[in-house]
Design a protein around this ligand. Structure first.
Ligand SMILES: Cc1cc2nc3c(=O)[nH]c(=O)nc-3n(C[C@H](O)[C@H](O)[C@H](O)COP(=O)(O)O)c2cc1C
Length: 346
């Protein structure tokens, strides 16, 4: 057992309340395995939306199998919920969720390990019962207290409260973690995971103080030795980023945070062009994001990152980082409690 165990670590079956979140459309099988192996919860990310979605699902499953082959600990998958202009859930979400549930049904060993599904972006609606019936823990990412209440009432097991500063697709509401997380934890009784801006034990301790049960990190884990699937230029661009180097543009599901560079500057112009073909624009964005990771062109491609990149200056080893982060959080909380001079609350 780690130094911080609580209802979240017990529910998900992990040692430390530290999650590596979905980082689609990029490959994260090795990274997810490393985080789970270190006692946190790793997440295999969804691999994008090729025109042949069955081929996309096969890629997804191969990433899941790779993760399962590298750790015997529990891990998660992330599937964003795309919603069309009429509010209907789009096909890729359905194909990917069913592919994961089918794979677990076929393989009891995989089902024992792949125990958590994280949905994000749109409301997961009918999939809530499907995921529950499959016996998985269902985490859903939200950007507002209203969405958190809706998700909890609909039966999800865990809410991930996503603040404005997060990398990648950020909630349209744009509420900062410091405002959002205490409000969400007051409003619902199920475990809450803070995401956006976390990077060390101090930020984990702060999240716990705000009532969260765990933190989820994206950018911090991109900058790790175990993230060897990504082009080194991507990692270097994040290391070079300073405060204020990030910008929000319109991504695939809504606002998206990445580096300010020629690609995002051009997109900020293109997204306001009334003649732009919306489907072509979405395909361009996904291709551009993928190019940054595979080819390392961090100037002419969209480089997704959280604001926290401006506060990170080194690459970590996940195996050491995860337990050390939990130890640091516990030490911070103990030190601060030791400084209290007044009577402890009843
Ligand atoms: C490169 C990148 C890709 C991301 N892709 C996804 C995704 O596919 N699905 C998702 O729910 N969130 C995605 N996110 C958001 C992360 O899951 C996480 O919420 C975010 O990184 C947390 O903020 P942080 O970067 O400050 O830690 C992505 C973030 C980044 C930086």
């Amino acid at each position: 057992m780690g130094p911080i165990s609580n209802r979240y670590t017990e529910l998900v079956g992990i040692e430390h309340p530290i999650v590596q979140e979905g980082l689609g459309p990029y490959r994260t099988s090795k990274l997810a395995a490393a985080v789970s192996q270190a006692g946190g919860l790793g997440t295999v990310s969804m691999p994008g939306m090729p025109e042949d979605l069955q081929a996309g699902a096969r890629t997804f499953l191969s990433h899941i199998e790779e993760c399962a082959s590298l750790t015997d600990k529990p891990f998660a998958v992330n599937i964003p919920v795309g919603v069309d202009a009429r509010g209907a859930i789009v096909e890729f979400t359905d194909v990917y969720i069913r592919a994961v549930l089918d794979a677990r049904r076929r393989d009891a060993g995989l089902a024992a390990q792949l125990t958590v599904m994280t949905t994000s972006a749109g409301f997961p609606g009918v999939y809530i019962d499907l995921i529950k019936d499959a016996g998985m823990v269902h985490q859903h990412k939200v950007g507002s207290t209203r969405q958190a209440i809706k998700a909890a009432e609909a039966g999800v097991d865990v809410v991930i409260a996503a603040g404005f500063e997060m990398g990648g697709h950020a909630p349209a509401a744009g509420v900062h973690t410091f405002v959002l997380v205490p409000k969400v934890t007051e409003a619902i009784d199920i475990p809450v995971v803070l995401t956006g801006g976390a990077r060390d034990g101090r930020t984990l301790a702060a999240a716990l103080c705000m009532g969260a049960d765990a933190v989820a990190l994206g950018t911090r884990f991109i900058l790790s030795e175990e993230n060897s699937d990504w082009h080194p230029n991507y990692l270097q661009a994040l290391l070079d980023a300073k405060e204020g180097d990030d910008v929000a543009f319109t991504g695939v599901y809504g606002p998206c945070r990445g580096l300010r560079n020629p690609a995002s500057e051009a997109l900020l112009v293109a997204q306001n062009d009334p003649d732009a073909d919306p489907v072509a624009l979405i395909r361009h964005k996904i291709e551009s994001m993928s190019r940054a990771q595979t080819d390392g062109d961090t100037v002419n491609s969209l480089v997704m990152t959280g604001q926290v990149a401006g506060a990170i200056d080194h690459v970590i080893r996940v195996a050491e980082f995860v337990p050390a982060m939990a130890e640091e959080a516990a030490a911070v909380l103990a030190r601060l409690a030791g400084n209290l001079t007044g009577a402890a609350p009843a």
